[in-house]
Design a protein around this ligand. Structure first.
Ligand SMILES: *Cc1c(COP(=O)(O)O)cnc(C)c1O
Length: 247
């Protein structure tokens, strides 16, 4: 098995994603790959970006910050998304480096992000990118597992309403982590819930609701059910980088 060359594995996963898209009647470039780069070395991440990866995600703010700095030093550019939980004391650090936050899940953190972004001004990543607003997503706990972050499905529309009050935040979509189960039926049900909620928000008439187009769902183990249910961003780690060392 060829496992050493990042570019080859990345190409393989890209082809698999495109094949799944086609087999569910979707355009192959409808589904973007976000590389989940947690625990990867700076060198591995640089190689990924040099090989064409444009969308990177980190769970932890500290790692996100380190990657942001490292890529800047190397003169490389990529979109950095926060895909892990956000605590209010980490908001400033996040905004300096993240071009998007996928994990807003409560009103207080939305308010905090909007206010901090305003205060940071030119020091935020979005200002450096020349954008007027930060792309955000609402994380929904579609499987209602106690161990998972995210708002309850019935709270998503209210939270979208709260986000829409801030002109410096652009609600781009919804994100979820699929249930930890072998049941493809249960996995698809969770992803179908996210798709239904996105539709509800997009057609709600809220200001900016028409920009709420993304469904960030699906990881290495469940790409197919996610793409079947309409994922537009899949978050892939192990399928490209191999197994992570256990913590
Ligand atoms: C690690 C992680 C992924 C990628 O998981 P893999 O199983 O390595 O593909 C996706 N999303 C989130 C939020 C993660 O933390």
């Amino acid at each position: 098995m060829v496992t050493s060359c990042f570019a080859a594995r990345y190409r393989q996963v890209s082809e698999q994603v495109a094949d799944f898209a086609r087999s569910y009647g979707r355009a192959p470039d409808d589904v973007a790959i976000l590389l989940a780069v947690k625990t990867q070395s700076a060198e591995a991440i640089r190689e990924a970006v040099r090989s064409g990866a444009r969308l990177l995600g980190h769970n932890r703010v500290q790692e996100l910050q380190a990657t942001g700095r490292d890529l800047q030093e190397a003169g490389l550019t990529a979109e950095l998304h926060l895909i892990g939980p956000l605590q209010s004391n980490k908001v400033n650090h996040t905004l300096r480096w993240a071009s998007a936050i996928q994990t807003l899940d409560r009103e207080s953190i939305v308010t905090r992000v909007a206010a901090s972004l305003e205060r940071l001004g030119a020091d935020s990543a979005v200002a450096r990118l020349g954008r007027e607003s930060l792309d955000v997503m609402i994380q929904v706990n579609t499987s209602r597992e106690a161990s998972k972050h995210g708002c309850a499905p019935e709270e998503a529309l209210d939270l979208a309403h709260h986000v829409s009050q801030y002109p410096n935040l652009a609600l781009r979509g919804l994100m979820t982590i699929g249930p930890l189960t072998d049941s493809v039926k249960d996995i698809r049900a969770a992803y179908a819930t996210l798709a239904r909620l996105r539709e509800e928000i997009a057609t709600s008439g809220l200001p900016g609701a028409e920009r709420c187009v993304e469904l960030s769902m699906g990881m290495s183990a469940d790409l197919e059910p996610a793409i079947a249910e309409g994922a537009t961003i899949v978050r892939v780690g192990r399928a490209v980088f191999g197994e992570r060392p256990s913590p």
